[in-house]
Unconditional design. Sequence first.
Length: 100
Amino acid sequence: MTIKITPNDKGNPPGLLADAELHFGDGPLDGLKLIGFSIWERRGGGGRNVTFPSRQYTVNGERRSFALLRPIVDATAQTKVRELILAAYAEFEEQSAIAS
């Protein structure tokens, strides 16, 4: 699996740093990608967060979202993916700084 980073060059919405995709290169998902990950600066500058793909829906006029990638049993299963995406973004930032 590789992670493709697409920077948010527009600065809108505020706090959105980049979008990320997971590209699969082996196994039954070979040749497919999973989109919808976003890297955000935390409010107050307390680090970064990754949001996962989700679908929005409305119940009684209230907007809600349904996570599309969810753990089966272990509630911390998403942590590894989140860490990999943040590491890929940090590497992207380093390469961008060197190229500038």
